[in-house]
Write a protein that binds this ligand. Structure first.
Ligand code: AHR
Length: 505
């Protein structure tokens, strides 16, 4: 743990057990595997590798994914899905075609496909979040895919699945209606009206095949897109009844090497979520609807380290090292703050996917020799492991600093209580790079609760990384600086740190 700095700040976290925001939907801890770079091939699937099982699934990677606890995984893209022909990815492997994969400029040989993905989901104890291609394809293919996956049998596509050795339907419950359809880079990108009508029709016909499914429509592909705002409104106006969730995507980078400004992106994220909630509720009001559209933040992370290298990549290889960001300690701090922000909006953010899971902008990296945890692995794992229960409206009284997003608090925090198991978990990031923070919290409503553990992730160097040779350079430790006395929790959050304070009765 970092040396205690001489000066310190003071903060107060106000917890009231009656001020509940919402139970946490566990799908907020989701992730994403795209056919991109080494996410699938050499990431989760590498037949012949010493760490692979008989089916070719990487056991070491599966173990790390189970360690995080990832309840849903979005698949197969991403930009990839906008050119995806799902029929290419099923049936005997020897008969599957090789295709030019136009989103990322590689050759896709389809040796890992839909049914392999569903088997892999079982191995890592996750549920699928499947995307349909609304770029180069349309509503008929979306319908056929749901029939292949979810219908019991006795029809063309359900019988095809059975012929492929999968007797029972996959029963995939969550479906993305395309990907980033406002993006000029997207194959088959559309105007808001075109996409809104397409998503509406696709959602409708997919729900005719299986009324139990839920659909996610594409929001703008980022807050800075010129389409933002009008796109969300138009898509919802076109498809309100056939859409259950609206997607948000956001990546951040520290291109100017300004760490305080970079860490303040959680303020921007908070504003982004509130703005999309407002648009959803505006359309609800105009439509006089009783239905509420919730949010699926199905791509979020830090992404910028690999941008330059990717520009130099040669095209038409097979699974190149693409989007392989090596994360540092400050990235882990922002990821922690992003998780806190998503949880603070748990009443509306029901689904979120860290993009992505293995090798491609990911918490887990692999080589032919093994797998290791990047810095961002830890806040993601801690949140998924411990922030289960009900989010409480967490008021943090602390110092702030000026940023381009407005005043940013030095302390980001959220409290999650689980009354059934009698636990309270406080997640907190101290963004102050110099000063520790002495925090108090009145815990009298939680009489008898004590500190089980205070986990800290900190490092003297914000640019410190975990690598294959030095995989534990940035790793969590425990602190003895948290205690409950006379109903008051007192703790110290070290300068530049991610913290998990676990309390129980
Ligand atoms: O996650 C990487 C890419 O980022 C996805 O394919 C796309 O949806 C987004 O632009």
């Amino acid at each position: 743990m970092a040396k205690k700095t001489k000066s310190s700040q003071k903060a107060q976290i106000v917890i009231d057990r009656d001020f509940s925001v919402s139970p946490v939907d566990e799908r907020i801890f989701g992730s994403f595997i795209e056919h991109l770079g080494r996410a699938v091939y050499e990431g989760i699937y590498q037949p012949g590798n010493k760490n692979a099982d008989k089916k070719g699934f990487r056991k070491d990677v599966a173990k790390l994914i189970r360690e995080i606890g990832v309840p849903i995984v979005r698949y197969p893209g991403g930009n990839f899905v906008s050119g995806f022909r799902w029929e290419d990815s099923v049936g005997p492997k020897s008969e599957r075609p090789k295709r030019m994969e136009l989103a990322w400029g590689v050759i896709e040989d389809n040796q890992f496909g839909l049914n392999e993905f569903m088997e892999w989901c079982k191995l890592v104890k996750t549920q699928p979040m499947m995307a349909v291609n609304l770029g180069t394809r349309g509503i008929d293919d979306a319908k056929n895919l749901v029939e292949y996956c979810n219908f019991k049998g006795g029809t063309l596509y359900s019988d095809l699945r059975i012929k492929h050795g999968v007797k029972d339907p996959h029963n995939i419950k969550l479906w993305c209606l395309g990907n980033e359809m406002d993006g000029p880079w997207q194959m088959g990108s559309r105007t808001a009206e075109e996409y809104g009508m397409l998503a509406s029709r696709a959602g409708k016909i997919m729900k005719l095949v299986d009324p139990s499914i839920e659909t996610v429509a594409c929001g703008s592909s980022g807050l800075t897109m010129p389409t933002f705002g009008n796109w969300e409104r138009t898509v919802l106006e076109c498809g309100y009844d056939n859409i259950d969730y609206l997607s948000l995507h956001q990546y951040y980078g520290n291109r100017d090497n300004n760490t305080p400004e970079f860490l303040a992106n959680s303020v921007a994220l908070d504003q982004f979520i509130s703005q999309v909630v407002s648009i959803c509720d505006y359309v609800k009001a105009v439509k006089r609807s009783k239905k509420t559209i919730n949010l699926s933040f199905d791509e979020w992370n830090v992404w910028y380290h690999s941008n330059d290298a990717d520009e130099k990549l040669e095209k038409w290889g097979a699974h190149p090292h693409q989007l392989e960001d090596i994360y540092n300690f400050e990235d882990a701090l922002l990821v922690g703050s992003m998780l806190i922000t998503l949880l603070r909006h748990a009443d509306r953010v029901k689904i979120a996917c860290m993009a992505q899971l293995v090798n491609v902008i990911a918490p887990i990296m692999t080589s032919d020799n093994g797998a290791w945890r990047q810095t961002i692995f830890y806040p993601y794992m801690h949140a998924s492991q411990y922030a289960r229960g009900t989010v409480l409206n967490t008021i943090v009284k602390c110092d702030t600093y000026e940023t381009s997003h407005g005043d940013a608090p030095y302390i980001d925090s959220v409290v999650v209580a689980d009354d059934e198991n009698e636990t309270v978990t406080i997640l907190a990031v101290n963004k102050n790079l110099e000063k520790d923070c002495e925090v108090t919290s009145d815990l009298r409503q939680y009489a008898g609760y004590h500190v089980v553990e205070h986990i800290v992730l900190t490092h003297d160097d914000v640019k410190a990384e975990n690598t294959e040779k030095n995989p534990d350079n940035v790793a969590p430790t425990t602190s003895k600086n948290s205690r409950v006395e006379k109903g008051v929790l007192s703790t110290v959050l070290p300068a530049k740190s991610w913290n998990v304070i676990r309390l129980a009765k």
